[in-house]
Design a protein around this ligand. Structure first.
Ligand SMILES: [Zn+2]
Length: 79
């Protein structure tokens, strides 16, 4: 689970998935995304920080229970 302070939480904006369908997409390891942020695997809940300039999205390196991640955008970093 991503953690933050109350002060940081209060400065995070909310957006509708209708306005940002990117939040509904899932990506396999090796896929490219145009959005930086925190991604969460929808199979095992592992979270990663991802920079769009570092494409593609990574595999799980040492998690034997989930070998084929399905990354989903969890927190979008706009800048
Ligand atoms: Zn996983």
């Amino acid at each position: 689970m991503a953690l933050t302070t109350q002060a940081n939480k209060n400065s995070i904006g909310l957006i509708s998935t209708k306005d940002t369908p990117e939040f509904n997409k899932t990506y396999k390891a090796g896929s490219h995304s145009l959005h930086s942020g925190i991604y969460k695997c929808s199979k095992c809940d592992r979270e990663i920080a991802f920079n769009k300039d570092d494409n593609p999205l990574p595999p799980h390196y040492s998690n034997d229970s989930c070998r084929s991640p399905e990354w989903k955008l969890f927190i979008y970093a706009q800048n």
